[in-house]
Design a protein around this ligand. Structure first.
Ligand code: RFL
Ligand code: PHB
Length: 390
């Protein structure tokens, strides 16, 4: 088979890139290792920046998001038993959209099916060859037969454990990484949210986050040990722990319900440089990971493919400037989101190794933050998302 762009991975970055390329009239194929059900079963991000909302609109898949998503004008920081609102809209003129990654993925999959675009699911032995020359190929095995796709370009949208980044010679790539000494235990449950906006809580027992997927479905998290096992966290233990980490008023309002999903995610900061290797490009989690505290992972995936889809469209109109500057433009925004996610993670979590001094520093910073309009503005500006060309 021959196409213009071969995309590895049908997560949000691969699907959104496919939708944007289709709008630009560029032929492409997506090859995914898992089944569609598996991809939809992963419960991940919940908050979209305006840049991501605009790209989903541009791709023509924003209709349900605007109907069912929840625009949020602010969120709360909880610490020392108190609650402090960060008024995103007053501070920046912008808001965020609470709409789950599962729904974004479903909308993109439905639009793809309606447009008759090709996605090969359950592909095995996906491999890439020749991306340092002019004829890159992507090979895979599907339903017992071997296949090969010849393309002008290959884009690795295959997440942190994918094959694209792993296929690059180690001498051509530099990686930067920080692994945090804890994880997040997340629960999804069909109960009304404890508060109409998100609550990020710093507590001596550890961080907690009250998020939501709708007015009847919550996504709650507590910081946990990396040695913890999901099986050891009954729903009663989870809600008990969450309640202890929230200010009294919120704890009293918290409604418990049976979990419909429960999982532990490790926290990591990671960047690979550059993001282009000849005719191979990386986008989304394949190139970078942020700890989820800043809600930036899915948003960065969207901005990467926003920049790349424009560059590919320019290429087919005769200019390679966009492709030549993709890595540098994307990384400039990525490093700023990495910084914000690292800072917010450091501010809100319990780090036993930093001791009482570390806790005092967090408190001084939180106190300063909520009393300084300049500091609040800097935080809000990053939370709602920097411009595409930051
Ligand atoms: P994905 O979603 O990992 O998709 C990659 C796809 O590639 C497939 N794949 C392969 N396909 C073919 N051949 C191979 N060899 C392959 N290897 C892998 C995989 O099966 C998969 O389908 O990466 P993508 O598309 O770059 O999207 C990134 C986002 O999923 C991720 O950044 C976010 O979920 C991060 N994240 C959050 N981001 C936000 O913007 N806001 C949030 O509120 C937010 N909350 C979160 C999060 C991530 C979390 N976890 C579990 C890591 C909360 C959590 C708990
Ligand atoms: C979520 O709803 O899953 C979520 C929200 C905000 C974050 C991280 C995760 O910062």
């Amino acid at each position: 088979m021959r196409t213009q762009v071969a995309i590895i991975g049908a997560g949000p970055s691969g699907l959104l890139l496919g939708a944007l390329l289709h709008k630009a009239g560029i032929a492409h194929v997506i090859v995914e290792r898992q089944s569609p059900e598996y991809v939809l079963g992963r419960i991940r991000a919940g908050v979209l920046e305006q840049v991501a909302v605009d790209l989903l609109d541009e791709a023509g898949v924003g209709e349900r998001m605007h109907r069912e998503g929840l625009p949020h004008d602010g969120f709360s920081l909880a610490f020392d038993g108190g609650h402090h609102r960060v008024d995103l809209h007053a501070l920046t003129g912008k808001r965020v959209m609470v709409y789950g990654q599962t729904e974004v993925t479903r909308d993109l999959m439905d639009a793809r099916a309606a447009a008759g675009l090709t996605t090969v699911y359950s592909a095995e032995n996906v491999a890439i060859q020749g991306f340092d020359g002019n004829r890159p190929t992507l090979s895979y095995r599907h339903a017992g037969a071997d296949h090969e796709i010849q393309a002008d370009f290959i884009v690795g949208c295959d997440g942190f454990h994918g094959v694209a980044r792993a296929s690059v010679p180690t001498s051509a790539i530099e990686t930067f990484e920080k692994v945090y000494p804890f994880g997040w235990l997340g629960v999804l449950a069909d109960v009304p949210p404890v508060h109409e906006e998100l609550i990020y809580a710093n507590h001596p027992r550890g961080f907690a986050l009250c998020s939501m997927r709708s007015k009847t479905r919550v996504r709650y998290y507590v910081q946990c040990s990396l040695d913890d096992h999901v099986e050891d966290w009954t729903d009663a233990r989870f809600f008990g722990e969450l309640r202890r980490r929230l200010p009294e008023g919120d704890a009293a309002r918290l409604i418990e319900g049976p979990s419909i999903e429960k999982s532990i995610a490790p926290l990591r900061s990671f960047v690979a440089e550059p993001m282009r290797f000849g005719r191979l490009f990386l986008a989304g989690d394949a190139a970078h990971i942020v700890p989820p505290t800043g809600a930036k992972g899915l948003n960065l995936a969207a901005s990467d493919v926003g920049i790349l889809s424009r560059a590919l469209a320019e290429h087919y109109r005769g200019s390679d400037l966009g492709l030549d500057t993709y890595s540098q433009r994307a990384l400039s925004r990525i490093w700023k989101a990495e910084r914000f996610s690292w800072w917010f993670t450091s501010l809100m979590h319990r780090f036993p190794e930093t001791g009482e001094f570390g806790r005092k520093m967090q408190h001084a910073e939180l106190d300063y933050l909520v009393s300084s309009e300049a500091a609040m503005k800097a935080m809000a500006e990053n939370y709602v998302g920097l411009p595409l060309d930051a």
